[in-house]
Design a protein around this ligand. Sequence first.
Ligand SMILES: [Zn+2]
Ligand SMILES: [Zn+2]
Length: 255
Amino acid sequence: MLVDSHCHIDFEEYAGRMPQILADMTRSEVTHALCVCVNLADFSRVLSLAELHSQLFASVGVHPDRPADDATGVDDLVTRAAHPKVVAIGETGLDYYRQDGDVEWQRKRFRTHIRAARACGKPLIVHTRDAGPDTLRIMREERADQTGGVMHCFTETLEFAQAAIDMGFYISFSGIVTFKNAHAVREVARAVPLERLLVETDSPYLAPVPHRGKTNEPAWVRYVADEIARLRGLSLEAVAAATSANFFRLFRQAQ
Ligand SMILES: [Zn+2]
Ligand SMILES: [Zn+2]
């Protein structure tokens, strides 16, 4: 069995395709997927998928790419997180890639998410891009070690991974590990402890080779696990078993 620890199959590109998406998952032995919220306005759509389909889980959060006025409070998050199918707070974090000027609002919103995670006792889904030092600093200042969570779509260094692991976090790899030029990410995927490893698609983005450029889907997490197995000299079954057990341990669900 495999689990896609991070996807956005509530997005419009999947409208009307859910039966096929779920059938493809079954055929590829992808038993579960976590549908990650990026915006409070879309939360009900994410949650209704998780309510309708036993193989799907939900999160609640506001993506760092959302504009500054797309604010959220600790209570907004904690109230929504009380639903039993909401297994995490996020995705949250920092993304300086497309940002100019002062992004204090991003840091403030990240702090709000960490405080909400601590208040409701659910783990965090952290997105970081071009913002490594600030991400780790805020995680330390806000005591993210008390909730743990996952650094999703990992593209940072092994030292960064170790710092996150030391705070109780897991490291999730996406289809990027299959991309031709992703040598540095592959080195990290080879070295991260197996008991802290997760796999994801980040659908609809980052479709792995041999589907690169297409609309990604959770079934294709298999290609991610396959590449990690190859890198580590393990069987696909061993990587699937470990990453699935890690998923259910982190998100506190019965396997
Ligand atoms: Zn992300
Ligand atoms: Zn995402």
